[in-house]
Structures are given as C-alpha cells and as structure tokens.
Design a protein around this ligand. Structure first.
Ligand code: ADP
Length: 377
C-alpha cells in the first residue's frame, strides 16, 4: 500500500513537501492554480480550488487532502468532509486561520495572551479605538492578507476608508480588525505539529526578522531562548493547537514585548516560512512533519542538529538574468550553505528561494547565510 497525499495549492510550500514525500515513498499530488507553478514537479492537476466539484474530483485519488495556503472556501472544505474525505487541517480549525477576527475571538475565549483588539465597522469605531490606545493602532483586513498586505498603521479613523468601502460589498459582515500597536522587542515564531490522533511535538522557538512586512531572516533557535521563553511559547502553541483542533503544522507568530510578554500575532496552519530552517537544521523538517501529521503517522523528533541555523530568504531575485546563473558562484563561495530555489520567475518582493546555514557560532552562521543569499539579489 502507498500513502497518497493531495495538496491544494501549487506554491513553494507544496513544492517543498515533494522531497520528503519521495524519500518516504508517499505519493504526492498537487491541485495547482495554473500550469507551470512551483510544485508542478509532482503529479499536478490544474483547477480552481473555489470550485467544490474540482476539489472533490482531485480528492478522489488521495487518502488525505491538505494545503499550501489557507484560502480554500469553507463551503468547499465542508463538501469534502461531507463526502467522507480526510481533510487536515479541517474546516473547523482552518476558519481561524482564514479570518483574523474569528481568530482573535477564539483566542480570547481560550485565554491566550494577544494584543488589545476590536472589530470595527466604521471610521468612528476605529477613531474610538485609536484614541483609547495612545493615538495609533494597526488596522487589518480580516481575510486574504499576507506578507504585510492588508496591514496598516493608522492614527486617524479615516485612514482605512478604502478598506471599509471595499468591505461594505463583502458577505462577511464588513468589519475590520484593529489592534494596539505593540511595542515589541522582536518577533518570534513557535511551530508545533499535531496529528489527528492527538500527538503533539514542538519545534524550538525561533526569531523572525521582517523587512517591509515580509520575513527576511529566521534565527533558530531564537537567541536567548531556552528555559522559560521556550516553555511559555511551546505551551501556548500547544493550547492553541488543541483548542482550535489543528492538525498538521501550526505556526504561531508572536511578539516579544519590551516588558517581556508573549502576545500572539497570527496563525498559519501549514508549513511556514519561519520553519524553513528545519530542512537543514532539525532532525525532522517541517515538510516531512506535515506529511506525517496529516497522514496520522507517528511524529518525528524536532531537535536541532546544530546549535544554530539561520535562514535567509531570497526576495525578488536578480534584476537581470535568472537565479540558476547565480548558483555556481554562491556554491563556490559558500560550500556549507544549503540553497533552496522555488522554480519561480524573479519579480520584485517575490519569495523565490532561501538559504540555510547551520553551525556552532551564530555570528558566523548568520554571516554565511546572508552572504550566500546575497548572490541571488
Ligand atoms: P500578514 O498576514 O500580512 O503576515 P501580520 O498580521 O503578520 O500580517 O502583520 C505583518 C507585520 O506587521 C508583522 O510581522 C509585524 O511586524 C507588524 N504588525 C502586525 N500587527 C502588529 C501590531 N498589533 N503591533 C505592531 N506591529 C504589528
């Protein structure tokens, strides 16, 4: 018998599940949005994930359906479950990764620490929140945001007029999420895997460094983690995974505040950029772990095999020529660097690859990773 996993979405996260699937003898199929996507190395069907019949037909050939992104509409997910398809994470969990207001509401019920927040339906409501939080706040579109798109710092209720206008047409109630502007020392991410049978394993908590709202680097583990920080972060992620019924990989993005609190920023229920370091730095990569979890297989050890691993994203790529042309020089100069390219065309700001370096000294590891990634800029 062969395990068969179907991944909805043809991006780099689906692509990076392919290597461990091959190694494990797991058959992996992808439902891609278009021809020639990043994950087209696997058996690929092209179809619209908004269409229940398309996704149902895709699901017929696999044992479990999982995802490269969180955008499959709830009615499509429910249709899969109603048809007896194993879906991990399932719709009840995924709704909290699809809608930030639902997420904030549920985390509040679970008593998970998070920034002060409110759901506001007009400029007056927004102004009221801004006034009560020191004159500035962060407004977010509850659905469809990524890489900082859909996040705006405002000091006046009128500064989100375009988003309120767009939401008025929306079937989801037309509210925006507003949060206090958190005074954070740094951003962290805690990843955890949970299988349908309830087994849970946590990865080391990592530091994520953002530029222009996009993750640029990850330091694993987060410098100074261990002890209390590690315990608090992993316990928090465990509570969330159980409270929300998450299956597969869960990433909990956290703010470490200047007064030493950990607050949840947002959740991702799939492999996540903050976990790419694990491909070359942990006993079990997040991509293998996700496959194991959604197949309800026993989970793998998450321990790092080096004291430090640093991941640096390749954003945009070279202004001229392709990424492949840069590979020989990068390899020659940095033989210890592990280069990962996604088969995507360079475009400003686009995530087209990353570099991992593991080793004993954080400064050296970070230098190597940055220098190797710079070959692709
Ligand atoms: P996305 O869904 O686009 O990734 P996030 O909610 O993660 O959006 O926000 C993107 C970035 O904006 C965060 O990584 C953080 O740097 C900043 N940010 C988000 N929310 C807040 C907040 N409440 N206070 C301060 N900074 C924030």
């Amino acid at each position: 018998m062969t395990y068969r996993v179907g991944v909805v979405g043809g991006g780099q996260l689906a692509r990076m599940m392919i290597a461990p699937a091959v190694e494990l003898g797991v058959e992996i199929r992808v439902l891609a949005e278009a021809e020639g996507m990043s994950a087209a190395l696997a058996a690929t069907a092209v179809g619209d994930y908004h269409d229940a019949d398309t996704v149902l037909a895709f699901a017929r050939g696999v044992d479990v359906v999982t995802f490269d992104h969180e955008h499959v509409p709830q009615p499509v997910l429910r249709a899969l479950v109603d048809a007896g398809v194993a879906v991990h994470p399932g719709p009840d969990a995924l709704q909290f990764a699809q809608d930030k207001i639902l997420m904030r509401t549920r985390l509040a019920e679970l008593g998970v620490p998070q920034p002060d927040w409110a759901a506001v339906s007009d400029a007056d409501g927004l102004q009221e929140f801004v006034d009560a939080h020191g004159g500035r706040a962060v407004v977010k579109t509850p659905r469809g945001g990524y890489d900082g798109k859909g996040v705006r710092v405002v000091s006046h209720g009128t500064e989100a007029a375009d988003w309120f206008a767009a939401l008025a047409e929306d079937a989801h109630g037309g509210r925006l999420l507003v949060e206090e502007l958190v005074d954070f020392r740094r951003e962290l991410a805690q990843q955890i895997a949970r299988s349908p049978r309830g087994e849970i394993v946590a990865y080391p908590v990592v530091e994520t460094i953002q530029r222009d709202g996009v993750c640029s680097e990850v330091l694993a583990p987060a410098p100074g983690a261990g002890g209390r920080l590690e315990d608090v972060a992993s316990a928090m992620a465990g509570d969330i995974a159980e409270g929300l019924g998450v299956t597969g990989m869960l990433a909990v993005e956290l703010f470490e505040t200047t007064d030493d609190r950990l607050l949840v920023n947002e959740l991702a229920m799939r492999p996540h950029n903050s976990g790419h370091w694990s491909q070359d730095g942990a006993l079990t990569s997040q991509f293998e772990q996700h496959l194991r979890a959604v197949l309800d297989l026993p989970l793998g050890l998450t321990a790092p095999h080096s004291p430090w691993t640093v991941m640096v994203n390749v954003l945009g790529g070279p202004a001229e020529g392709g990424l492949a042309e840069r590979v020989p020089a990068a390899m020659a100069a940095h033989p210890g660097a592990k280069i990962h390219l996604y088969g995507k065309d360079p475009r400003p700001g686009r995530k087209v690859g990353h570099v991992n370096v593991a080793g004993d000294e954080l400064d050296e590891v970070a230098y190597e990773a940055r220098a190797a990634a710079a070959h692709f800029g």
